[in-house]
Design a protein around this ligand. Structure first.
Ligand code: ZN
Length: 744
């Protein structure tokens, strides 16, 4: 790819000087005598500008941004969240380092908060109702930052109010299999309270699964084995190490979908149609409350009943039993019960997104989006402020070049600070609903940098296949933090790699689920998306996520002392994401490699081959799928050849635009809004959630498992056939999009 950029740079230099549209940036005096008339349209990525941006991204400024952003708790729609809206606006409107424009968009969305008057409680009571033990209602104030009115007590957002009471049962991670296991062991679940640990399945799924067995209430805690590599004593946890203190509790949203719960598929403007909250779906069916492992230990280590299976044991220093009820020689009476009092309230609140825009010089109607959420559970130093600290530094460096007149991108750049992500990606989803048409027509790619640093070992990227090449190009040219002397790319490949049939050994790019604000962009809008961060050495920790995630211990000092002292990993992420952003916004041809989808389709096809005989037994022809994959591969290969041929000549601006539109629109062709009617927003036929065990196209895989589970009912096989046809139609459409536009 290197030659492409060099050639483009020379063409651009000659051109722009003559037109004088952009002062300075190409103003390196070399052979600028006769500019071509359509010159500015040939402008390509300027490597000098790229280098300047890389140099100017400053670790210490990122650190100062983080200190400011995480100074106080900033739960969605809180006064401090609103103050940060103003901070972002101010930065993006700064006369020296701001952008062309900045504005807020506000939505009225349904959030869930614990009651201040009636705190949520978890008590052990005896047969007369006397309270024998109470779980903490807030985390221990270890550093002076865990107290105060702005620290929201631990709660399960959107869990319904209620005061269930019953004997305690341990249900491992609360998965469907876990409840089946309890049923097999004849543990009575009806009217019980189950204690679950985080992990395995989503937060809300624990309550959904439990309710099916008549469970009355659910507790959830973080086991030290899953988060602290077993460490659990106060002197081996934060502030003495990065481990979670015993009183730490993970907060979180228990809403099953994403977006504002009352306005699915509609922007949550004040006048919008709203569901009645009683008719809204996706909330946990029964009360659920999170607790710390200090309290979970008291409950779990006193449980009676059979010994839980080996895989259910954890790091609390005792044998975990299943229950129901307490053991005879423990600290509670055997008939002691657990009472869970949840008093959460649903509230309509105004939540803001902040948008900062740099107008493109050549293609202002093509948008490269870069975003992160702003809201946190408490101080949110890591989540999300490590990402916002990077976002602010990147926008400062680009804004400064812009204000000096040194640079203006080819395409428009839209920076975004999303509101209320923690409640379910609400701000970003409402944005995609409000600007659905415009974004589908004009958005080139979405870059998400939420938690920018989980740990200091390696880059971690998730995205769709076309973004692989631009991320690799960026990562190859930036040094990894530390003394290895390796590039970010060469360091990355040591930790996460795969063997590609096309390239040999390469770093592995993960797939996009729904863990952050990229979800509506890829799944609902079909915009090529990615999520970029620095992360763990998995040989050194098995922590499910960084230990203080969503707790009141996720503070500036935690990042400064343990997560990234010196902020060099933050700088590495800023440079990688910044380089990707510049390449996407400034390259003459969009640096998205569509033929990298061929490898994914091949692997999906290979996995589907295992189903071929069964499909054909049910009169479902497999041939069209094979043909469709082959057509895509052929179309992608010749498409790339056409780009190479164009480069050999002087590409005509309209030809360039035509190619770029095909590159941009490819991802959209995989959408089918009718493919998964039961899944809100998911319409990308390659990346919808796969629950089936066959690693193929998700709709096909899921329908096939359903057919198996229902004893091969004809209706289930009809759905298999429908899903196969959906994939074939999408691949045919994708191939057609890549073919020369005159080939109708
Ligand atoms: Zn986040």
């Amino acid at each position: 790819m290197q030659w492409v950029k060099v050639l483009g740079g020379v063409v651009g230099a000659a051109a722009l000087l003559g037109l004088g549209i952009i002062v300075g940036h190409f103003a390196i005096p070399k052979g600028a005598d006769s500019p071509a008339p359509s010159a500015s349209a040939s402008q390509d990525l300027d490597l000098k500008i790229l280098e300047t941006v890389m140099e100017q991204l400053d670790a210490n400024r990122i650190r100062e941004n983080l200190r400011e952003l995480s100074k106080e708790p900033h739960l969605a729609t809180s006064p401090r969240d609103e103050a940060l809206v103003q901070l972002l606006l101010q930065r993006w409107q700064d006369p020296e380092s701001g952008l062309d424009s900045a504005r807020t968009t506000e939505y009225e969305v349904l959030l869930s908060f614990p009651s201040e008057e009636q705190p949520n409680r978890v008590d052990v009571v005896n047969s007369t109702g006397a309270v024998l033990f109470s779980c903490r209602q807030s985390e221990e104030n270890v550093t002076g930052e865990q107290g105060g009115p702005d620290v929201v007590p631990p709660y399960a957002a959107y869990a319904p109010p209620g005061t269930p009471q019953g004997p305690l049962v341990y249900a491992n991670q609360g998965s469907e299999e876990d409840f089946k296991e309890l049923q097999k062991e004849a543990v009575k679940l009806q009217d019980s309270i189950v204690l679950t640990r985080y992990g395995g399945v989503g937060r809300g799924a624990k309550a959904v699964n439990a309710a099916k067995y008549g469970v009355a209430g659910v507790l959830v805690y973080t086991d030290p084995k899953d988060i602290n590599d077993g460490k659990s004593l106060p002197n081996e946890t934060f502030p003495h190490s990065w481990c979670l203190p015993p009183s730490g509790v993970e907060r979180g949203s228990y809403f099953e979908y994403f977006g504002d719960p009352l306005t699915p598929y509609l922007p949550a403007t004040p006048s919008s149609f709203r569901l009645n909250s009683d008719n809204a779906s996706g909330f946990p069916p029964i009360p659920i409350q999170p607790i710390g492992f200090e309290d979970a230990q008291v409950l779990l280590c006193n449980l009676g009943g059979k010994l839980a299976p080996a895989g259910w044991q954890g790091g609390l220093g005792c044998d975990y039993n299943l229950g129901p009820g307490f053991r005879s020689n423990g600290i509670f009476p055997e008939d002691g019960q657990v009472n869970v009092s949840v008093h959460n309230r649903l509230e309509l609140r105004n939540s803001s997104n902040v948008l900062g825009i740099i107008r493109g010089a050549v293609e202002p109607d093509r948008y490269v989006l870069y975003g992160n959420h702003r809201d946190s559970w408490v101080h949110g130093a890591v989540d999300p402020s490590t990402g916002t600290a990077v976002l602010l530094e990147l926008s400062r460096v680009l804004g400064t070049l812009l204000k000096k007149g040194t640079w203006r991108p080819r395409r428009s750049i839209v920076f975004a600070s999303w509101g209320a992500e923690e409640f379910g990606l609400i701000g970003s989803t409402e944005f995609t609903e409000e600007f659905f048409s415009k974004l589908q027509e004009r958005a080139v790619a979405y870059i998400n940098v939420d938690i920018s640093v989980f740990a200091n070992a390696t880059l971690r990227v998730q995205g769709t296949p076309p973004i692989q090449s631009v991320v690799f190009s960026a990562a190859k040219q930036i040094s990894a933090p530390g003394s290895s002397g390796l590039s970010i790319y060469d360091n990355w490949i040591r930790y996460y790699n795969r063997s590609s049939s096309v390239y040999g050994l390469v770093p592995s790019v993960g797939t996009l689920g729904a863990g952050s604000d990229y979800a509506p962009f890829i799944h609902f809008l079909g915009i090529s998306s990615m999520d970029i961060a620095y992360t763990y050495d998995r040989s050194k920790t098995s922590a499910r996520i960084y230990p203080t995630y969503h707790t009141a211990f996720d503070t500036f000092d935690y990042v400064d002392k343990f997560l990234d002292p010196g902020f060099s990993s933050h700088q590495a992420v800023a440079r990688t994401a910044g380089s990707v952003l510049l390449r996407l916004s400034d390259s003459l041809f969009l640096p998205l490699n569509v033929s990298d989808y061929s490898e994914t389709l091949r692997s999906f096809l290979q996995a589907a081959e295992n189903l071929r005989d069964l499909l054909e037994q049910h009169n479902i022809s497999f041939g069209p799928l094979v043909t469709a994959v082959e057509k895509f591969e052929g179309a992608a290969t010749s498409f790339n050849q056409r780009i190479a041929t164009l480069w050999e000549g002087t590409p005509d601006p309209l030809q360039v635009r035509m190619i770029n539109d095909q590159l941009m629109l490819l991802e959209r062709t995989f959408l089918n809004s009718q493919a998964f009617p039961e899944e809100r927003y998911y319409s990308h036929v390659l990346w919808a959630p796969r629950t089936g065990s066959v690693a193929t196209f998700p709709g096909l895989s899921n329908a096939y498992s359903q057919a198996e589970n229902t004893g091969h009912e004809p209706a289930a096989w009809a759905e298999v056939q429908r899903q196969l046809s959906i994939v074939v139609a999408a691949l045919e459409g994708a191939a057609a999009t890549l073919r020369p536009v005159a080939d109708l």
